[in-house]
Design a protein around this ligand. Sequence first.
Ligand SMILES: NC(=O)C1=CN([C@@H]2O[C@H](COP(=O)(O)OP(=O)(O)OC[C@H]3O[C@@H](n4cnc5c(N)ncnc54)[C@H](OP(=O)(O)O)[C@@H]3O)[C@@H](O)[C@H]2O)[C@@H](O)CC1
Ligand SMILES: [K+]
Length: 477
Amino acid sequence: MRTAHRVETVRAAEAELMAKLPEGTPMQRAAAGLAAACCALLGRGRVYGARIVVLAGSGDNGGDALYAGARLARRGAGVQAVLLGSRAHEGGLAALRRAGGRVTDDPFEVLATADLVLDGITGIGGRGGLRPDAVPVARAARGSNAFVVAVDLPSGVDVDTGEVTGEALRADATVTFGTYKPGLLIDPAREYAGAVRLVDIGLDDHLPSVPDVEALQHEDVARMLPVPTASSDKYRRGVVGVVAGSARYPGAAVLAVAGALRGGAGAVRYVGPAGEAVIGRFPETLVHDGPPSKAGRVQAWVVGPGLGDGPGVADVLASDVPVLVDADGLRDLDAAVVRARTAPTVLTPHAGEAAALLGVSRDEVEAGRLRAVRELAARFGATVLLKGSTTLVASPEGGVAVRANPTGTHWLATAGSGDVLSGLAGSLLAAGLHPADAASSAAYLHGLAARRASPGAPVSAQDVAATLPAAWRDVVS
Ligand SMILES: NC(=O)C1=CN([C@@H]2O[C@H](COP(=O)(O)OP(=O)(O)OC[C@H]3O[C@@H](n4cnc5c(N)ncnc54)[C@H](OP(=O)(O)O)[C@@H]3O)[C@@H](O)[C@H]2O)[C@@H](O)CC1
Ligand SMILES: [K+]
């Protein structure tokens, strides 16, 4: 699990750590880790003679960058510092000078020929986008051929939310200290960070056990996924009911069933008008064309994909088993009805649907995904999976981390892929997973399947569904 803490928490933990250690130790640990990461990025034998530019802001983030620059200068790199902001970190600047590094007053000249740029303009103390004096320098750094390494986080992004409200410096890699920050796991900021490497500075013992945001890794998902035993029959493994599709959108039913069949439930029961299309494609499905409440035993319901104005939402919400509501099922969804349910509810909106539920604009949701997903979970008393560039999963109860899915790909923004996801997550719910685990492991497998089905190229929803077993194997092997 990768865990991220917000600024306030990091500062409190740092204060405890600093009280225990000789002054300046955490910063030296950060600088040492940063310099080592730069050496690894430059490659063996390439540090000596490398042209490195340190962009140093006025705070400790600049201090980290300057101390790391000093370490690299001692290994033979040519290091030039560009001082931005009202002052420079005294100790860091003195160390750099002692090591043979220099301060330049022509940032554009040194950036034009740089191999590596260290972005130490702002770290967790930055507010808003880059200031006007830093903007042209940041643009020149990005426009050069140099590899850009962000120190702690890309300057200009919002640490706690992942929002990018002004200009920020896009990095190729980020070296972060002590813990991830939410902005490193959530788009749009995540995109600015590139590959992220965590340097241990001894903060772990001082951080709360529940982070603000967390991102699953293979081993976490492997622990969550259901494993059938010798005594499992289809009912013990769970039956998932899918209420989806309409005369106009029979395909959504087929895709939701396709996802549900790969999610570990013992059987999939389809309820709706697209039974023929579903059976034609997946003869193993149990089909019913009456109301869901008369369909027989079901351990979890999925309702909404391609449903149009079709019936079934109220019937399913009245049941006492977990329900996942997606797409058309989310339209005009009554928060009071959801809150009154005794069994868990999972909502899986995309940004547009989330905006409608919250009564705000889609842009607002997209710019502030973390806030939106938390607000929806609280308002509906439900687990909410907000789909998008970074899919987020929030739980209704307090004191629980929001999960940010790390496996997404922009190619997943394709018709029908959400139907596959809801079927898959519903199937995991029926198999007995906790709602947040069902939603987040479904998002994880779904993203992985999309990447695996078609690396770096367009992918269809059917391909995603067909590749889910391979993604599952990757995770558990
Ligand atoms: N504490 C620790 O144990 C450790 C901390 N560590 C490191 O310290 C970093 C935090 O350092 P920090 O608190 O000094 O804040 P930081 O991010 O450098 O910038 C603050 C200053 O920048 C300015 N500024 C603000 N906004 C701006 C903008 N938009 N655009 C431009 N400038 C802007 C503003 O200064 P002003 O110019 O207003 O005087 C503000 O005061 C942390 O990220 C990590 O790298 C590591 O060494 C590990 C141990
Ligand atoms: K930075």
